[in-house]
Each structure stands twice: as C-alpha cells, then as structure tokens.
Design a protein around this ligand. Structure first.
Ligand SMILES: [Zn+2]
Length: 391
C-alpha cells in the first residue's frame, strides 16, 4: 500500500506518451492497464493484474485514459460576442485581422468581474473536455491598463500567461503603428511583465511587419519573457523565420509556409502549432500538417479559442479536424494535442503520463484514443484528473 495514493483501474487502453512504456510506440500504449497517483504525480503504471493497492480508487470503466490536453494557444480574456460576424462570413464575407477591434471595444468597457467570469466559464468548459493546461493571452485591451488587468485576470487561472499587446494596432493609433509599437515595448510591457511568462505578436499583413514584430519580441525577451508568435496565418511572410531566429518556443498557425519555412522549423526547437479551429471557422484552407511532420518538424495542436476566428474550447474537436482535414493519423493528432502542446510551452512535466509526470489525465467514454476523432461532436471525455485529483 502506497500511503495517500489513488489507483486508476479499469483502463482499456492507457496512452502514456512515454516510448519506454507499453508498446514502444511514440504514444507508449498499454492495454488492460492501471495507474497510481501519489502527491499529484504519476507513481506507477503497468498491467492491471500487477496494480498495487491504494487508499482511493477511480474506475475508468473500460475507457481509454490519455494525458490531459495541453492547449497552448487561447485568447480567453475578452468581452462581447461576434456571432453576427461569423454568420456574415459564412454567407461569403472574408476574414480580416481588423475584426479584433470589435472585441477590443467590448473588453475595454467590461469590468474586471465580467472578464474574470468569462475566463472562468471558458476554463471550466475546456477542463470538462479534457484540457488540463491552458495558455491564456491578453490582446483585447491594447492600453497599458487594459493589458495589465487582462493578464492579472489570466494569471488567476494559469501560469502560462502571454502578453499580446501587439495583437493589432488599436484605432486610436491608426496610421501611427510605430508609435504603438513603442508603447508596447515600453510602458505596456513594464505593466504586463509581472503577470506574464510569454510575449507574443501577430506578425501578418494588416497587423505587425517583420521589423515591428522583432522589436516586440526582443523587448519582451530583454524583460525576461519568452517569445512565441502568430505567424503565416493569412499569407506567407517572415513570421516563421523570425520565430526560428529568436528560438521562439512556438510559431502558431503556420498555414502558409514556403519550403524554407518548413526546413527552418524542422531544423529548430521551435514547435509548429496548428490551429485548425481557425481554418474551420473562417472557411479557409488548412495548414499542411503532413508536410511539416514528414519534414521532421514538431507539431502541436491548440484551439486558438477566441470570439472572432475560432470560438471553440474543444481539443477533441481540433483532434478530429486534424485527422479528417489535415491527414494527421489519430496517434499523431493525440500526441500533438498533449506532448506537442507541452513542447510548445517548453514544459516536460505535462503532456505525458510517464513516472514522475503531473497526474493530469482524461478518461474517455470509449475503449480507444481513436474515438477522439472517430466520434466527433460527442461528449467523449467522461472524467478528468487534475494534479491527481478528480475534478
Ligand atoms: Zn491566436
């Protein structure tokens, strides 16, 4: 008996993402398995028949168990709703980066309590769909005070907070983008810094160009933040190369890539984070995941949850899209949504269920992880353990 331990039994298929365990594949799959948690960490995994006794028990009821999803890209601090814009887009209008300003206006108007409640509801929604780690960006305040309070709210819910003051140029700075970049790199960064781990920029035609993006990320780095970037979403551009140049943890979107971009990612430790919810919700061509994976790049999947271009918090939905629309195998998609996300956040304690990992896991309402893509749109996550505790 391990004191204070919790045994998860009745696991038809356990995905550990540890190739030294189970079948030796990248997913490290064990069938008819059990797992023991102690002090919030995975203490033991193995065949059900060999499971030690424990103080408490959770029965997976012949469901599969997978590592909790790591959603490494989400914009949860906002107010308002853009359902009308979505309906117009579905009726044929194109998506542009300018729609962000609608949400900026609503967010600036909202009291802290409203922003906090919105984040709480979305985090809860994500958790019940198996997301146990979520990154949260600012980027709908775009003033010194509104970016700082957005990050203060975000940091109540996650340690993975990202300063995205350079999301778009706010309307009061129209035609003066360089002045706005100076604000972002100066006073706004100083106010954001105590609440943020990461710095991000939307490097895109209509948002910030290469020089401005480099300035934002380098200022963030100089202040002790780690870089990540919105790159190559709407057009080919300099974002991916800039990410690799600065050793960014992740280049996110990667929808329009040159051969040089693919080669740069494959030869770097920068993760290519694909956000198929955005292409789904803007009816746009999906990123070429096969090209990235076959070249040897590390690929992550995330939701991009935001009110304009991808209003989903569901990692299982993104897995289903990746498999159906981007030709990732179910195994590749699950890895990308778990350990891939952990790599995109430069974390080695999450995204897998090897010995010593944080005991964050999802119990599925199906006997195999393949059900994540095979049964889209159903409540496929039956229960979740967060830090080893049932939620
Ligand atoms: Zn985004």
């Amino acid at each position: 008996m391990m004191p204070g331990s919790l045994l998860v039994r009745g696991i038809s298929e356990l995905v550990t993402n540890d190739p030294s365990l189970g079948d030796g594949s990248a997913l490290g799959v064990l069938t008819d398995a059990a797992l023991v948690v102690q002090s919030g960490l995975v203490a033991w995994v193995g065949p059900a028949a060999d499971a030690p006794e424990a103080d408490r028990m959770v029965d997976a009821e012949d469901g599969a168990v997978v590592p909790g999803f790591v959603d490494s890209h989400a914009h949860l601090v906002f107010a308002g709703d853009r359902a009308g814009e979505f309906a117009a887009r579905m009726a044929g209008q194109p998506y542009t980066a300018g729609g962000i300003r609608t949400t900026v206006a609503a967010t600036r108007e909202a009291p802290d309590g409203r922003l906090r409640l919105n984040v709480a509801l979305l985090c809860d929604e994500a958790l019940h769909q198996g997301t146990t780690t979520i990154e949260i960006k600012s980027g709908y305040g775009l003033t010194v005070a509104d970016e700082a309070r957005s990050l203060a709210v975000a940091s109540e819910f996650t340690t993975e907070t990202t300063f995205l003051g350079a999301h778009t140029v706010p309307s009061e700075y129209a035609g003066r983008a360089d002045d706005y970049v100076a604000l972002v790199c100066g006073e706004m960064l100083s106010a954001a810094r105590p609440h943020a781990r990461w710095v991000d920029v939307f490097c895109e035609r209509g948002a910030f160009d290469e020089e401005q993006s480099r300035a934002v990320l380098k200022a963030g780095q100089a202040a002790g933040l780690l870089p990540r970037i919105h790159a190559n979403q709407l057009t080919e551009g300099p974002g991916v190369q800039l990410a690799v140049e600065l050793d960014a943890a992740s280049a996110d979107h990667c929808t329009h890539l040159s051969t040089a971009d693919v080669d740069a990612l494959a030869g770097s430790s920068t993760v290519a984070t694909l956000l198929p919810g955005a292409e789904f919700s803007t009816r746009s061509p999906y990123p070429d995941a096969r090209r990235l994976i076959d070249a040897g790049a590390t690929v992550a999947l995330a939701t991009d949850c935001n009110p304009g271009s991808s209003y989903t918090s569901s990692m299982p939905f993104c897995i289903a899209l990746a498999v159906r629309e981007m030709r990732m195998t179910p195994a590749e998609a699950l890895w990308a949504a778990t350990l891939g996300g952990a790599r995109a956040l430069r974390r080695d304690d999450i995204g897998h269920l090897g010995i010593g990992a944080r005991a964050d896991l999802a119990v599925l309402a199906g006997p195999s992880y393949v059900h994540l893509a095979y049964r889209p749109g159903v409540p496929i996550v039956r229960s979740v353990l967060l830090n080893g505790e049932p939620t």
